[in-house]
Each structure stands twice: as C-alpha cells, then as structure tokens.
Write a protein that binds this ligand. Structure first.
Ligand SMILES: [Zn+2]
Length: 263
C-alpha cells in the first residue's frame, strides 16, 4: 500500500534482497496517489522468501495530510465509542462532559480500589450538583474500564418490576445492579415506599456489601432522613438495616453547593 508508514526499518528493500540473494519484487513500484512519484516496493520475510507487500512511504504533503485525517477520524470514532459506553452506563447526555470538581470526591477517586470496596454517600439539597457529580464519577470509572451502572433508585426499582414475567427475568435485572463493578444510585429516597421496594433495596445493598463492591449513593436526605423515608410505610426494620449497611460501606460527603446550580 503506498503511503503506509509503520516500521520502515523492518522492511526489506529491493537492494537488500539482491544483497541477500533473495527474490526481488515482481513489479516496478507504484505511483503515490497524491503526488505521482514512483514508490519503491518493500517486503517482509515469509517462509524464507520475501513477500513484497508494501511500498516505501512517499513523504509528500498529500500523504501527510491523509495520515492526519485518518488519525483525526480514529480519534473521533473513539470519542463516539466512549459516549455510547457512558450512555449505556446511564449517564445522561447533559452530563457527558461532567468532571469531578469536589475535593472529597476527588480524594475518594484517587483512593478507589485500595479501601475494601468502600463507597460514598453524597447528600445535599436539590441544586447542589449531586447528579452532576455522580455522572462525573461514572465517567471516570468508565474511562478506567470498570462496568458502571448509574441509575435513580426509582428507575432501578421500575426496571426490576418491568422485568417480572419477561424473557429477561427479574433476577437478571437484579443481578445487573448487584454485580456491576460500581453501582451509582442517584436520588435515593425519591422512590415510593413499600414492603417490596424496601426489601429489594435491602437485597441489592446487602449483596454489594457482602461482595465488597462499591456503592455510590446520592440523596437529598442525610442517612437518618433516608431511614425515615424508606420506613414511611412501616418498614422500620428493613430501613434500619439498609442504612446500617450504608453507614458501614460508605464515606459520607455533604454538598452545600451554594456556589453552583447544576441539578
Ligand atoms: Zn507523494
């Protein structure tokens, strides 16, 4: 292929082949598609013979521009693949460029993986940037190659409920949340309270606790407030158990966010 770079020094030139008494190229060479200069063949050793599979790079401007374009195209494709991954992980379009800008969260990310699957409980009022921060963290995890599920607790429970009696069983749906490398539950406490939802939440939180898989939670409630939310239909024991697990597995961050408003 004319214009193909690569490791030119490993390639055999027609002069090398003559010197080593090996088979020379069949044809003359090929014209550079950009400037028309005739390019010398280049070969590689294959079963004791030279396979003339390439041509020398031309070095002209047209070739350089084409290489630059190919590289830009590749970068764009990688960027797109990354976006698709983020969207599949549950990051909303608005937050695809979010960056971790809270010191405690940044420190958590730096230590991630070295403290027995500890998670994070992020609480703060509406408008303090909880979803933004959760998305930014999801982005860093995806970049680092972890499997991440970012969802609201409400959407998670609805997803599990929808899966009942379908081909993908509710067990698969539960496992998706229980076994991802990182689970980020946004807006915990917003879901409706019932015996079923309290039990489902406990199962998922407890599974992650026992498997030492990190759980990151955002909520407008502090842990005491969350316990009240979960138990508002009388599920006091379950609520206490969930919050007790969260206390054991998570560092806590309170966002005041008086300097920004991101939702
Ligand atoms: Zn050329």
């Amino acid at each position: 292929m004319p214009g193909e770079h690569g490791n030119e020094s490993h390639l055999i030139t027609p002069a090398d082949a003559v010197e080593r008494g090996m088979n020379g190229p069949k044809g003359e060479g090929a014209e550079c598609p950009w400037c028309g200069r005739v390019l010398e063949p280049r070969g590689v050793l294959l079963n004791g013979r030279v396979a003339w599979a390439a041509y020398e790079p031309c070095g002209c401007e047209g070739e350089a521009n084409a290489a630059k374009e190919a590289k830009a195209c590749e970068l764009k494709m990688r960027e797109r693949e990354k976006k698709v991954k983020l969207i599949r992980s549950g990051v909303k379009k608005r937050y695809l460029e979010a960056t971790v800008d809270t010191n405690e969260a940044q420190r958590y990310m730096e230590r991630f993986g070295s403290d027995d699957g500890r998670g994070l409980y992020i609480h703060g009022n509406v408008g303090t940037g909880k979803t933004y921060l959760a998305s930014a963290m999801a982005r860093m995890f995806v970049d680092a190659g972890y499997s991440v599920v970012l969802t609201t607790t409400l959407a998670m429970l609805e997803g599990i409920q929808d899966a009942y009696g379908k081909e993908t069983s509710s067990l698969d749906a539960v496992l998706r949340f229980a076994s991802s490398d990182v689970l980020i539950l946004d807006d915990f406490g917003k879901e409706s309270a019932s015996a079923w939802s309290a039990s489902m939440i406990f199962q998922i939180v407890n599974y992650r606790y026992e498997a030492m898989r990190p759980l990151i939670v955002t909520s407008q409630y502090d842990l005491a407030g969350l316990e009240k939310r979960i138990s508002r239909q009388g599920e006091h024991e379950r609520a206490r158990a969930v919050v007790s697990r969260l206390r054991q597995m998570c560092h806590t961050i309170e966002l005041s966010g008086n300097d920004r408003r991101r939702g």
